[in-house]
Design a binder for this molecule. Structure first.
Ligand code: PEP
Ligand code: MN
Length: 331
């Protein structure tokens, strides 16, 4: 695959003509303030010369736009006034599922007080069992939006279906793609087109390379605002709910300019493990964490075992601050 970065403000029509009349496949993408042409296969791309091309780079990895082969500087992503991928570790916290106005507002205020930057909660819930609580849907998103207005915390929540895209367009600041949809390519494309920042979870049976290729579906829709979230993969191990692949998360970081996030709650499956997995993730270089917090975890309608109390979350935030400071980062 070749990447042609075009000169700023240039007329690309002659390049387009040349590509059209060649046997090459190509895609134009506008990303990070640059006009880019992806051209393949190499044998055809190597025949193309045009005045509009500023830089021509051969990209070896199968995720050209996400790759740091051409973009060396880390990408910083803004969710309203929150910056992800800079010195500051961004923590998104909130309940696994939005259950009520009161539960959500209580937890939103508590996580804000403890130093969280984003409010995260599920309204559309991907449940393994169809008879389990499925989330409040659009009503849940509105509850999140009210809690956001009350606290000033921007909202991250999961989309499961392209049919709900308008709800997300209206109310949501950052769109989460859950592990079960990590390779739902139509959903990834639509969320790319939506243009809002995306938190892309790794599918629980996906390799790092597959996860990065999933991000490419969003980036190639002219949306470069993707944070990659490691949430644990399926292994033979049963002592934890999933195996948090910290090695995979760091490996991803060596190959991409996109920020990385860790979700210590879902791989832990149990409250007692969440603190250590969160601290290990920050120590390893995570730019962001998502942590499940519920005012009364024991009666939570989903993921009851792994959600932290607001008190425990506050203790964890102080511990994260210690690790962040030791690394020259902030919380
Ligand atoms: C979640 O974040 O609430 C969730 C359902 O996580 P995952 O998609 O990682 O299972
Ligand atoms: Mn959950």
């Amino acid at each position: 695959m070749y990447m042609f970065i075009l000169k700023k403000g240039i007329d690309e029509s002659t390049l387009k003509e040349k590509l059209k009349s060649s046997s090459a496949s190509y895609k134009f993408v506008n990303i990070y303030g640059m006009e880019i042409a992806l051209v393949w296969p190499d044998s055809e791309a190597e025949k193309i010369y045009d005045y509009a091309i500023e830089i021509s780079t051969k990209i070896k990895r199968p995720f050209p736009l996400a790759s740091n082969e051409w973009k060396k500087e880390p990408t910083k992503i803004r969710v309203k006034d929150v910056e992800i991928g800079g010195d500051k570790i961004v923590v998104a916290a909130g309940p696994c599922a939005v259950e009520s106005e009161e539960q959500t507002l209580t937890v939103a205020k508590a996580v804000k007080r403890a130093g969280a930057s984003l409010l995260r909660g599920g309204a559309y819930k991907p449940r393994t069992n169809p008879y389990s609580f499925q989330g409040l849907g659009e009503e849940g998103v509105k509850i999140l939006m009210n809690a956001s207005q009350e606290t000033g915390l921007p909202v991250v929540t999961e989309i499961m279906d392209t049919r709900d895209i308008d709800v997300f367009r209206k109310y949501v600041d950052m769109v989460q793609i859950g592990a079960r949809n990590g390779q739902n390519f139509n959903l990834l494309r639509e969320v790319g087109k939506l243009g809002k920042p995306v938190l892309l979870k790794r599918g629980m049976a996906n390799t790092v390379e597959e996860w990065l290729q999933a991000s490419e579906y969003i980036l190639s829709e002219n949306n470069g605002n993707v944070v990659l979230c490691e949430r644990g993969i399926r292994t033979f191990e049963k002592a934890t709910r999933f195996t948090l692949d910290i090695g995979g998360m760091i490996a991803a970081k060596t190959m991409t300019h996109l920020p990385v996030c860790a979700d210590p709650s879902h791989p832990a499956g149990k409250r007692e493990l969440v603190h250590s997995l969160a601290l290990a993730s920050v120590a390893a270089g995570a730019d962001m964490l998502i942590i499940e917090v519920h005012p009364h975890p024991e009666i939570a309608l989903s993921d009851s075992e792994q959600q932290l109390t607001p008190e425990s979350f506050e203790v964890l935030m102080n511990r994260i601050r210690g690790v962040a400071n030791a690394l020259g980062r902030k919380l």
